[in-house]
Design a protein. Structure first.
Length: 366
């Protein structure tokens, strides 16, 4: 969408150059106002499409998982925005409101308690979509309750939610708020058996949750986690860097505020790790999170003398960034390792005993 807006802006600028308009001359203000209005309309249109796509995706969740799970979407709150536009304005300081998915096994016994998996989605601006269908089926089939927060910055909920983004900041608290909501509102959730799992930016959020709230999580898995924002700003392009420097809570590029990017980088904050059992996966041909970021995380954990973590660096696995979320056999075998790690600490009622169990769950075979 940004490229479309930029192209249209250039077209209008060329039009101005070939017409009676001249920048700095009468008429320039009117033209620039027109350009800004077009840009605003295109941005609004993009958010409207995202909202429509999200509504369609919500229907798809019922189609794809509704046979084995009760599905709900609840409206909850996290902290206030990180930086108020008008600190004295009406509603300033109010908590941010966001939606949160809930998946509960249909065969759950209301008189019993079940383990909870907190599952933040990935992406700088993204949402919890049906890309995760088979993984949700696998979790629910083992008896897990799953909660997935559409934390601040998520797409599909309009410009306000999108612009509230706080990467590595208050989004972490939003995700932990989804955990607390489940404990407070569902008696079948066992507060002593809560784990957190995520890939990419979701893995990044999972790391910060066990760093900041180690008492809240029994176990964690992070797949291809964003780990070093300073290094990331170095190997990504300018458009990606702008996604960070334009966020109000960050406000500057990395070269102008290294300390802020360091504070928001798990690889630079490993001293906070309190030994929550942790499994880390990465892949040498990852086209999004370069393996060097995760290697830095692993080296930092070792340098800080941390012991209770395991990791595996996979070599050129098909799927690149998505290698252990794919639907081919090797990816399912890797997910069995993830579930073995989680199940050891969370003890779901129907843990997978073999790859065959996982295959049945993922595709709904009886």
């Amino acid at each position: 969408m940004k490229k479309v807006i930029l192209n249209l802006t250039l077209i209008l600028a060329l039009f101005a150059e070939s017409s009676d308009y001249s920048f700095g001359q009468p008429g320039t203000t009117e033209l620039m106002n027109a350009i800004n209005k077009v840009n605003s309309n295109f941005e609004d249109l993009g958010h409207r499409f995202d909202v429509l796509e999200k509504k369609i995706d919500d229907v798809q969740w019922y189609n794809k998982v509704g046979d084995i799970a009760y599905i709900d979407k609840v409206y909850i709150t996290g902290p206030a925005v990180a930086k108020e536009k008008n600190p004295t304005g009406q509603g300033a300081g109010n908590p941010v409101k966001f939606w949160n998915y809930i998946f509960i096994p249909k065969d759950a016994d209301p008189s019993k308690k079940y383990p909870l998996l907190v599952f933040p989605h990935g992406g700088v601006h993204a949402n919890f979509d049906t890309y995760y269908t088979h993984i949700i089926r696998e979790m629910v089939s083992q008896g897990y309750i799953v909660t997935a927060a559409e934390y601040r910055g998520s797409t599909g909920y309009g410009a306000g939610m999108y612009n509230n983004i706080d990467y590595g900041g208050l989004e972490v608290q939003d995700v932990d708020a989804s955990r607390q909501y489940m404990i407070d509102n569902y008696s079948i959730v066992d507060k002593e058996r809560v784990g957190i799992i995520g890939w990419s930016h979701g893995g990044y959020i999972a790391l910060f949750n066990i760093f900041e709230y180690p008492q809240n999580y029994k176990v964690a898995f992070t797949g291809v986690p964003v780990s070093d924002l300073i290094a990331r700003m170095g190997y990504k392009d300018q458009e990606y860097r702008d996604l960070f420097s334009e966020q109000p809570p960050i406000g500057k590029p990395a070269d102008q505020n290294v300390a802020e990017y360091r504070k928001r980088s798990p690889a630079w904050q490993t001293q906070k790790y309190q030994n929550t059992p942790l499994l880390i996966h990465t892949n040498t041909n990852d086209e999004d999170v370069n393996v060097l970021e995760v290697e830095h995380l692993i080296k930092s954990l070792k340098a800080d003398g941390k012991k209770n973590f395991e990791y595996e660096i996979f070599n050129n696995m098909p799927g690149g960034h998505s290698f252990d979320r794919m639907d081919y056999m090797e990816a399912k075998e890797i997910r069995m390792k993830i579930y073995d790690h989680l199940n050891k600490y969370l003890i779901p009622p129907k843990p997978f005993k073999s790859l065959k169990d996982l295959q049945k769950a993922g595709y709904g075979f009886n």
